[in-house]
Design a protein around this ligand. Structure first.
Ligand SMILES: Cc1cc2nc3c(=O)[nH]c(=O)nc-3n(C[C@H](O)[C@H](O)[C@H](O)COP(=O)(O)OP(=O)(O)OC[C@H]3O[C@@H](n4cnc5c(N)ncnc54)[C@H](O)[C@@H]3O)c2cc1C
Length: 524
C-alpha cells in the first residue's frame, strides 16, 4: 500500500519519502502473502491434489520463490522509476537513504484555444529504517546504526501492515520450538516440507497453506475453534462448503470445534516430532511442524502514535480511522489542528471498505486516503484523466473485488447470502447459482462439478448485491462483477441480461445468473 500511495501522491507533484524497515529498505509493490502465491504455483505445477508425490523443497525454492522475488523487485523498481544506478546503499552511521527517483507526469490541457503541455516532477526518496513518531509531523528512523535519522512531513500515511497473531500459551520463546512452531508470518520462511503439519486456525491463511502443503506431499491436519472454515472474510457459505469438500477429497484431516491446545511437547531434536493435546477432545496429535495461524495483529504499537499527537492504537495493534476517509481519528473531536495522518491496509481499523485484511481492500483504502489528503489535486487528476468528463471527487467503491488464492481460486465482491439476510428486508432478496458446467464452453472443456458462480440480488430493484465465484479463473473474472455491484443504478440484472459475453467463454455464468434472477422475479 505504501508503494501505491507513493505512486499516486508523486503523480500529483508531491515529494514523497517512503520508509521500509526490512529488505534493506527496498520497496516491494507486492502483498505480504506473495511467498504463499509462489508456493501455490509451484504446488500446482509440481505436486498432486492428493499429496501422493513429495516435491523436493529445493525445486520450489529455486524455480518458484526466487524467480518470483526477482520479478517482483524488478517490476517495483520499474514502476517506481528506481533504476539500479540510483540505488545507493549507505546505511552505516544511521544514514538511511537507499535510493531516489524522480517521477514525471506529463499533462496536456486544452484551455480555450491554447493547447499546452506541462510536466510535473516529484522526488521519491527510499529510506531504510524502523519508523516511529518523534513529534507531530516528525518521524524517527532507527536504521540500526549509531545515529537516528528524522523525516518531517505535514502529511503522513501509515501502512505498516500486520503480523501473525500469537496464541498465548504456545512456547514462542523456547528455542527448542525453533523450526517447529510457526505463525502466519514466520511460516513463509519454513524452508522445508514437513511430513505432518498441524495447522491451528481455519482462516484464509491456514486453509491456503493446507492446500499448498498437501499438494507438495505433506500430511496435513487442521484444528479450528469454529464449526465452519473461513469465517469472517465474507466468503459465501456455499463456497466454504465447496472448499471444505475439496479439503476432504485431498485427504486433509479437519477437526472443527476443537482448536485449542492444552499441552505441547516439543521435539527432542531439530526436525523431529513434537505433539500437542487438544483441549476439548483430549486428543494427542504428533507433528513435525505446528503452524498456528489464527489471525493477524496490527503493527501500530511500536509507532508511538501519542508522540505524533494521535490516540494510541487498539489492543490488537490497529489504528482507528474515520471510515469514509481513512484519516486517523484525532485525540480530540476536532480535525482543525489535528495531525494530517492517514492509515491504510492491514494496520487500519474501522474502514467503510471491506472485507478487511485483503490486498485489494487496502489498495482501495490507499486511493481513498490520497483522495482525502489531496482533494484538489485528486479532482484535477481525475478531470484530466477523463478528458474533462470525470469531475471532482469520485467517491469510492465500498466493495473492492477480492481474490483469494485458495485451491482453484475464489473471487468475490459485495454481500454474501448471510450478509444479505442480515441487512436486506426478508423477501426482497434471493440468490441464484450457476455452475461452470452449465455453460457452452464446458461442453468443450468440462469443469469440476463444484465450480460455480453464486449471485445475491435484490428482487424489488434488480440490483446485484454480491457475486461469489469458485473455480479456476474466478479471481480473473471478479473485476467485471465488481463494477456491477458498486454501480447499482446503472447495472442491474436487466442490464446484464441484454449484454453479450465473449463467445464460448466461462464469462457466460454471470449472464446466465442474471437470466435466472429474472426468472425468480417473474416467479418462474
Ligand atoms: C500468507 C498470506 C496470504 C494472503 N493471501 C491473500 C489473498 O489471497 N488475497 C488477498 O487479497 N490478500 C491476501 N493476504 C493479505 C495481503 O497480503 C495483505 O492484506 C496486504 O499485503 C497488506 O498490505 P499492507 O501494505 O497493509 O501491509 P504489508 O504488505 O505487510 O506492508 C507493510 C510494510 O511495512 C513495513 N513496516 C512495518 N512496520 C514498520 C515500521 N515501523 N517502519 C518501517 N516499515 C515498517 C513492513 O516491513 C512491510 O514491508 C495474504 C496475507 C498473508 C500473510
Amino acid at each position: 500500500m505504501g508503494c501505491e500511495v507513493a505512486r499516486l501522491a508523486s503523480s500529483f507533484g508531491q515529494s514523497v519519502a517512503l520508509v521500509e524497515a526490512t529488505r534493506e529498505g527496498l520497496p516491494l509493490a507486492a502483498p505480504t502473502g506473495w511467498i504463499s502465491k509462489a508456493l501455490r504455483h509451484g504446488a500446482i505445477e509440481l505436486g498432486t491434489p492428493d499429496g501422493s508425490i513429495r516435491v523436493p523443497w529445493e525445486r520450489i525454492e529455486k524455480e518458484y520463490i526466487q524467480p518470483t522475488a526477482e520479478r517482483a523487485f524488478a517490476m517495483t523498481q520499474e514502476q517506481m522509476h528506481l533504476t539500479n544506478s540510483t540505488i545507493n546503499y549507505k546505511d552505516s552511521g544511521g544514514y538511511c537513504l537507499v535510493g531516489e527517483t524522480t517521477a514525471s507526469t506529463s499533462k496536456t490541457s486544452s484551455e480555450a484555444d491554447n493547447d499546452y503541455s506541462a510536466t510535473t516532477t516529484a522526488k521519491i526518496s527510499f529510506l531504510k529504517g524502523n519508523a516511529e513518531f518523534d513529534g507531530p509531523q516528525r518521524i524517527k528512523l532507527n536504521c540500526g546504526g549509531d545515529v537516528d535519522s528524522f523525516v518531517e512531513s505535514d502529511t503522513i500515511f501509515l501502512s505498516t501492515g500486520s503480523v501473525g497473531t500469537r496464541v498465548p500459551g504456545l512456547p514462542w520463546n523456547d528455542e527448542r520450538a525453533d523450526g517447529w512452531l510457526y505463525d502466519s508470518h514466520t511460516i513463509q520462511n519454513i524452508g522445508r516440507l514437513p511430513h505432518h503439519v498441524l495447522i491451528q486456525g481455519g482462516g484464509l491463511i491456514g486453509v491456503e497453506y493446507a492446500f499448498i502443503l498437501r499438494r507438495l506431499g505433506a500430511n496435513v491436519t487442521i484444528i479450528l475453534r469454529e464449526d465452519v472454515l473461513l469465517s469472517g472474510k465474507g466468503v459465501d457459505d456455499d463456497i466454504r462448503l465447496a472448499i471444505q469438500g475439496r479439503l476432504r477429497k485431498a485427504g486433509v484431516d479437519v477437526h472443527f470445534d476443537d482448536g485449542d491446545i492444552s499441552k505441547v511437547t516439543l521435539p527432542s531434536s531439530p526436525g523431529g516430532q513434537g505433539s500437542v493435546v487438544l483441549t476439548r477432545s483430549g486428543k494427542t496429535i504428533k507433528c513435525d511442524a505446528l503452524a498456528s495461524m489464527v489471525g493477524r495483529s496490527g503493527t501500530a504499537k511500536p509507532l508511538d502514535l501519542p508522540s505524533g499527537g494521535l490516540p494510541p492504537p487498539t489492543s490488537s495493534g490497529h489504528i482507528l480511522v474515520v471510515p469514509t476517509t481513512m484519516r486517523v481519528r484525532p485525540s480530540s473531536s476536532s480535525f482543525v489542528h489535528a495531525p494530517r495522518v492517514w492509515a491504510i491496509g492491514d494496520v487500519a481499523k474501522n474502514s467503510a471498505i471491506s472485507p478487511t485484511g485483503l490486498l485489494s481492500t487496502g489498495i482501495a483504502q490507499a486511493h481513498l486516503a490520497v483522495q482525502s489528503a489531496f482533494p484538489d489535486e485528486w479532482s484535477e487528476f481525475m478531470a484530466e484523466g477523463g478528458g474533462g468528463r470525470i469531475l471532482g471527487n469520485v467517491g469510492f467503491d465500498a466493495f473492492p473485488p477480492s481474490a483469494i488464492w485458495i485451491e482453484d481460486g475464489v473471487g468475490m465482491v459485495g454481500l454474501s447470502e448471510n450478509n444479505a439476510s442480515a441487512t436486506i428486508p426478508k423477501g426482497d432478496w434471493a440468490t441464484v447459482t450457476v455452475h461452470f458446467n452449465d455453460t457452452l464452453k464446458s461442453c468443450v472443456q468440462p469443469r469440476p462439478e463444484d465450480e460455480m458462480l453464486k449471485m445475491v440480488f435484490q428482487k424489488s430493484t434488480g440490483r446485484i448485491l454480491g457475486v461469489h465465484i469458485f473455480g479456476a479463473g474466478a479471481a480473473e473474472m471478479i473485476h467485471h462483477a465488481s463494477s456491477l455491484v458498486n454501480n447499482p443504478i446503472e447495472n442491474t440484472i436487466w442490464h446484464v441480461v441484454k449484454s453479450v459475453p465473449p463467445a464460448v467463454t466461462y464469462a457466460e455464468v454471470l449472464m446466465k445468473a442474471c437470466q435466472r434472477a429474472v426468472d425468480v422475479i417473474h416467479g418462474n
